[in-house]
Ligand binder design. Structure first.
Ligand code: GLA
Length: 449
């Protein structure tokens, strides 16, 4: 639903990257990142988060430095040390999700190899909620006859399970929210074995926030509501990934980590079309300093395989979400997934970019007309770079010419094209012919600055 417009700022960051980069001079080590998605899956089975022990970022770079975190006083949450991966019911099923759809999704994550590629969370979005009984205990509606049994089933497949609620009295879909029942609901989730909560602002806006005329006071109420559920989840003692869904209001990336958020939506809802997907990723520029292990900007769930996105558009969508260190929550019809969609979603080298243990979100380094260049540092001194043709009217009579110095690189660079699997030498000024809505996504293991 797009009831609530995002207040996210569109921030251009050109100029934030021009300093020569010590990180590019770090001693090269073999990329460990490619193993991290598999580690994610393995960690799920062991009831842990992947990515622990990730190498700390060091040195100034042409990329923005991470924001100092204000979570030091709190016990660290041992979850989401790499961006969460899994599947969520909303983008394909919306209100049609039921027990069978969740079991099917779990089965398919295993059967398609997606689980092996790192997808571990099976998340039930809105419309599972029924009524509260006389003691205030919330019961699922008839679509979910036994939530504990469903959670056990998902766990038996070596996966984890997520659920959805709102700090308001009603969810976006008009179902029961958690207002006034936060501790009770958190305990209920823990008793079912829930591993992930998406908490969606929705009716809290009109029912609570807008009862105050003062905007700053409204935002304080919102933050307090997210803190309240954080405390309720923490008091269960169960590691539960906490996902904020409040569309980026009041620069959530600044207060999300200190309020217990492991990820926070930065915008309004995604839809399966290029323009919306592109608008959302554009709004991530400048937010890279807020992302890191345990706390991620969330540009919303994947639409890969949904709507009318072309093969190239699906590829760009997946690549850019990986560059942005975004949660990778597939949202497609898994039992009827086309081979080309599975190929995209299970590209392990692209997933390794997303899951890189350094956890550094890509920076928008420069644009030339409709071609954008984004890059992110990876563990071991490697770099990932995406060169994307976001337009629809550039043809090969006038190819794009790469400017390596604007990326902080000098001299020929040995790279690997993550979609063809081929080696490619990048040279300054080289002509690149990029079809409409397509990209070159490369990994440079030993960048030369
Ligand atoms: C909001 C959220 C969506 C989805 C729906 C469910 O629109 O942003 O991701 O959870 O609510 O009603």
């Amino acid at each position: 639903m797009r009831l609530f417009a995002s207040l996210s700022l569109f921030v251009l960051t050109l100029g934030s990257f021009t300093v020569a980069s010590p990180i590019l001079a770090q001693t090269h080590m073999p990329p460990s990142a490619q193993n991290s998605a598999a580690a994610n899956a393995q960690a799920a089975e062991q009831g842990q988060a992947a990515g622990q022990g990730a190498a700390p970022a060091s040195g100034a770079t042409q990329f923005q430095d991470p924001a100092p975190q204000r979570t030091a006083a709190r016990a660290p949450q041992p979850v989401a040390l790499t961006p969460p991966m899994g599947w969520n019911s909303w983008n394909y099923f919306a209100g049609r999700v039921d027990d069978k759809a969740i079991r099917d999704a779990a089965d398919q994550l295993v059967a398609t190899g997606m689980k092996g590629a790192g997808y571990v969370y099976v998340n039930i979005d809105d419309t599972w909620e029924g009524e509260r009984d006389a003691r205030g205990v919330l019961h699922p509606n008839a679509k979910f006859p036994n939530m504990k049994a469903l959670a056990d089933y998902v766990h038996s497949r070596g996966l984890k399970i997520g659920i959805y609620s709102s700090p308001g009295a009603k969810t976006c879909g008009g179902y029961a929210g958690s207002l006034g029942h936060e501790e009770q609901d958190a305990k209920l989730y823990a008793s079912w074995g829930i591993d992930y909560l998406k908490y969606d602002l929705c009716s809290f806006i009109p029912d609570v926030m807008e009862k105050q005329s003062d905007k700053a006071q409204q935002m304080k109420l919102m933050q307090a509501a997210y803190e309240k559920m954080h405390q309720a989840l923490a008091s269960t003692g169960r590691p539960i990934v906490y996902s904020f869904c409040q569309y980026g209001w009041d620069a959530v990336w600044e207060w999300g980590p200190s309020t217990g958020g492991n990820l926070w939506r930065t915008t309004g809802d995604i839809t399966p079309d290029w323009d919306r997907m592109y608008a959302i990723w554009s709004q991530q520029a400048g937010l890279e300093r807020y992302a890191g292990p345990g706390h991620w900007n969330d540009p919303d769930m994947l639409e890969v395989g949904n709507g009318k996105l072309s093969y190239n558009e699906n590829k760009v969508h997946f690549s850019m979400w990986a560059m942005l260190a975004a949660p990778l929550l597939a949202g497609n019809d898994l039992p009827n997934m086309k081979p080309e969609v599975k190929e995209i979603l299970t590209n392990r080298e692209v997933i390794a970019i997303d899951q890189d243990p350094l956890g550094r979100q890509a920076t928008h380094l420069y644009s030339e007309g409709e071609v954008e260049v984004w890059a992110r540092p990876l563990a071991g001194g490697a770099v990932a770079m995406a060169i994307v043709n976001v337009g629809s009217d550039r043809y090969s009579t006038h190819p794009f010419h790469l400017n390596l110095s604007r990326i902080g690189l000098h001299g020929p660079q040995q790279a690997r094209d993550l979609w063809t699997g081929k080696s490619i030498e990048l040279t300054d000024g080289m002509a690149l012919e990029l079809p409409t809505h397509d990209l070159l996504l490369v990994r440079i293991d030993a960048p030369k600055k």
